[in-house]
Design a protein around this ligand. Structure first.
Ligand code: ZN
Length: 56
C-alpha cells in the first residue's frame, strides 16, 4: 500500500486534513487561490471527511 514513494514532488499529497489528519492526494484538489494576504491557498476534498477542507 505504501511502497510506491520515490521522493519526487510530482505526486506529493496536497497536505493533511486539519480535521481528521488524513493525507490528501493531489487528485483531490478542488481549487487553488490566493488569499487576501498573498499566500496561495488550496481547497481540496478530504478522503476521510468527504468534505472540502484546507490542507495543512
Ligand atoms: Zn478529513
Amino acid at each position: 500500500m505504501s511502497g510506491t514513494r520515490d521522493g519526487r514532488a510530482r505526486d506529493q499529497p496536497l497536505g493533511r486534513c486539519p480535521i481528521c489528519e488524513s493525507m490528501i492526494p493531489p487528485g483531490n484538489l478542488l481549487i487553488r487561490y490566493e488569499s487576501a494576504d498573498g499566500w496561495p491557498k488550496l481547497f481540496a476534498e478530504c478522503p476521510g471527511c468527504e468534505d472540502p477542507v484546507h490542507p495543512q
